[in-house]
Write a protein that binds this ligand. Structure first.
Ligand SMILES: *Cc1c(COP(=O)(O)O)cnc(C)c1O
Length: 425
């Protein structure tokens, strides 16, 4: 059983809040580094291994630069994400462009950076030709086998219902056409389940993709250079979940690799991953202060963050563990809904949550907000995005993205000038 421990103490949080008021997202440099090192170790048996960090999870150049020190590239899905990658100095084959419903100019932008284009659809072969003049020498296709994806303890996800990737038939057809049009090296990509908290997912996916790779090589005489297992490795959001063991996952993939690629003589295929959540999720927290309490039909605690800072509970009903800093050892004798201030009843970080008694001014630490947290933020109700801080290894906090101001919020109303006076208020 995992115990969910904040990486901040109350004293440390108070010290930081003196300089940077709540709400803010804070990331734990030590945790990020240790995990990145483990990921590297888990796949060190594979010569070409690369983790392409899913930029959408946490698009902060300071954080991605840390991952880059461990050899990570960027998995991008839009032009601004490609631009971010370029700004960090991650270019060429350190970029994987796993987009879908892609505009032509984004294929071109990626190709100009030398990134690897991962085609979501067979019709995109022509789109890339149109955008780039001709197909790049190295390309990838995204595979969707349809149906449901099962592991030993049941159905994990429903690829048959997902908009991504090509059917088996289309994949073979796409490889045939691409080879004819001069593509020399191929990759296969697939993302079949999200947030899997089991060591079985990657090895099972690997088996499917490795066998497919052997068959494609045999039938079409194509060179398969890499298999991209994409994202989907999850984290234990709830305290009862056992965290994934990335070393076991790496070993599991290694075993299947030897079993399938060994006899096929394909032992030079590189393994790629595109993890987002696993790389950053546990190492980020949303820190907020209790500012209102309300006793009506239920007990409510209002905090100074809202769903605009962390949207997962509102849109997916996701559980995010909450610690009231300084009350880690108190009995969870109270039942609260912990809410933000949006005029939306789904704006609740927790519903019927057992917590210690919360007093106004208490610092509320919302766990596992490091991936798909800040990045999903929005400005509904005129809410401004919070700051992002890095808790550095020396214990000091560094501002790695300032909080938005009203000027940012009004910045796109070009030509409408009343706010120049307003924002002075
Ligand atoms: C979202 C996404 C990822 C990252 O997923 P995680 O669950 O955060 O690991 C990787 N690849 C693609 C194509 C994605 O869309």
């Amino acid at each position: 059983m995992s115990t969910k421990k904040p990486f901040l103490t109350k004293e440390k949080a108070e010290e930081i809040i003196k300089e940077f008021p709540t709400p803010f997202h804070i990331y734990d440099e030590k945790g990020i580094r240790e995990n990145a090192e483990n990921v590297k170790k888990a796949f060190s048996w594979n010569k070409g291994f690369k983790e392409y960090f899913a930029v959408k999870a946490t698009p902060n150049p300071f954080l991605i630069s840390i991952l880059h020190e461990y050899g990570c590239g960027c998995d991008c899905s839009s032009k601004p994400e490609l631009m971010l990658s370029k700004a960090i100095g991650i270019v060429g084959e350190d970029i994987m462009f796993s987009s879908n419903d892609t505009p032509l100019d984004e294929f071109k932008y990626c190709n100009d950076l030398g990134g690897i284009i991962n085609l979501d659809d067979i019709t995109h072969i022509e789109a890339v030709e149109k955008a780039c003049g001709k197909l790049p020498k190295k390309m990838s296709c995204r595979f969707n086998p349809g149906g449901v994806f099962k592991i030993s303890n049941g159905i994990m996800d429903n690829p048959g219902d997902a908009k991504y990737g090509m059917t088996t038939e289309q994949l073979y057809e796409a490889f045939r056409i691409m080879k004819e049009k001069g593509v020399e090296e191929f990759g296969i990509h697939s993302f079949l389940c999200s947030n899997t908290v089991t060591n079985e997912y990657y090895p099972m996916l690997a088996k499917i993709l490795f066998e497919l790779a052997v068959d494609l090589r045999n039938k079409l005489d194509v060179k398969i250079s890499f298999i991209n297992l994409s994202g989907g490795v999850g984290i234990p959001y709830t305290p009862d979940q056992e965290p994934n063991d990335i070393l076991k996952i790496g070993e599991g993939v290694h075993k299947v690799y030897d079993e399938v690629f060994g006899p096929a003589g394909m032992d030079d295929v590189a393994i790629y991953t595109e993890m987002g959540r696993f790389m950053m999720g546990p190492y980020g927290a949303l820190v907020t202060t209790a500012i209102n309490e309300k006793h009506i039909h239920k007990e409510y605690i209002g905090v100074d963050a809202c769903a605009a800072n962390l949207m997962r509970p509102a849109i997916y009903g996701s559980y995010h563990h909450i610690t009231v800093l300084g009350k880690e050892n108190e009995e969870p004798a109270y039942t609260y809904d912990v809410t933000g201030s949006l005029c939306e009843n789904c704006d609740k970080f927790a519903i019927d949550r057992k917590l210690p008694k919360i007093d106004m001014g208490d610092i509320i630490y919302i766990h596992d907000a490091g991936a798909h947290g800040y990045s999903m933020g929005y400005n509904y109700n005129g809410k401004l995005r919070s700051a992002e801080l890095l808790l550095q290894e020396d214990g000091t906090a560094k501002l790695i993205r300032r909080a938005e101001t009203p000027t940012d919020y009004f910045a796109t109303f070009d030509g409408f000038d009343f706010y120049n006076d307003l924002i002075k208020e």
